[in-house]
Write a new protein. Structure first.
Length: 255
């Protein structure tokens, strides 16, 4: 048994990207969404880490093959199942502790710049954030970002994911001016790679609108939300949950 990190759509999960809103003064904050490149699959456990990390170095493929049969893999698989179960049960503290165990094992299995490490770091950071431990989550998101920058480069979509998630973390801490350039960079990467009408572009537009709204920069906010809404309606259909979330943000902004 080995490890599978399978691709799935860049969508939020129930931890920190489920459309939460909070009060800031008398104005309700707009919802924001974290991005996801990789989930830990519990269906088949095989090493398709190459999906993300084959862009790093030719040695990565050799390393991925070499870890098959490693005695740590079965243990990681069990821990992943445990961590995900705890997350779905909203036992975030226990889930964080389990992801910490997974990280320790993975760091002994992969080299420090392997992009698989970044995925685990972000899962651990998500569990910290779910408990409101934003300051403790920040260095984890930053380390994940640094790994993806080294392994994949600054034009890669997974690098944009890490930019997005660090920006949300900084925004959660009230560091809006630091979050804004990160989310703008993520938006630029996605527009270049995916085109202007992709749902992941809409995600970045919505998050940028939220961060600007938090800073009181209202002039740009409505246009960003309207553009995100148009993209999502055309790409996903009017009945999609992301369309409802965007309409909700627009209503909050105009209220």
């Amino acid at each position: 048994m080995t490890i599978l990190f399978s691709l799935f759509a860049l969508v939020g999960n129930t931890c920190r990207d489920s459309g939460k809103t909070r009060r800031l003064s008398t104005k309700k904050r707009l919802s924001r969404q974290a991005s996801r490149t990789l989930a830990i699959s519990l269906v088949a456990i095989i090493p398709v880490l190459l999906t993300e990390i084959s862009h790093a170095t030719p040695l990565v493929a050799e390393q991925a093959v070499a870890i098959q049969g490693n005695k740590n893999n079965a243990n990681i698989n069990e821990l992943i199942e445990q961590a995900e179960k705890l997350r779905t049960e909203r036992k975030f503290s226990a889930a964080a502790a389990t992801w910490q165990q997974i990280l320790v094992i993975a760091e002994k299995t992969f080299n420090p710049d392997n992009s698989a490490i970044s995925t685990i770091l972000e899962r651990l950071a998500d569990m910290k954030s779910a408990q409101g431990e934003y300051a403790n989550a920040e260095p984890l998101y930053r380390r994940s970002l640094a790994i993806r920058k080294t392994a994949l480069g600054t034009d890669h979509l997974y690098f944009a994911v890490s930019l997005n998630n660090l920006a949300i973390n900084l925004s959660d801490q009230g560091k809006y001016s630091a979050a804004e350039p990160l989310i703008r960079q993520a938006l630029a990467i996605r527009e270049k790679a995916l085109g202007p009408n992709h749902p992941d572009v809409a995600l970045s537009l919505s998050n940028l609108a939220s961060i600007l709204d938090d800073q009181g920069q209202y002039l740009e906010v409505e246009a960003l939300i309207q553009r995100a809404l148009s993209i999502r309606e055309k790409a996903l259909g009017r009945d999609h949950a992301d369309v409802a979330l965007t309409l909700n943000n627009l209503a909050h902004h105009l209220s």
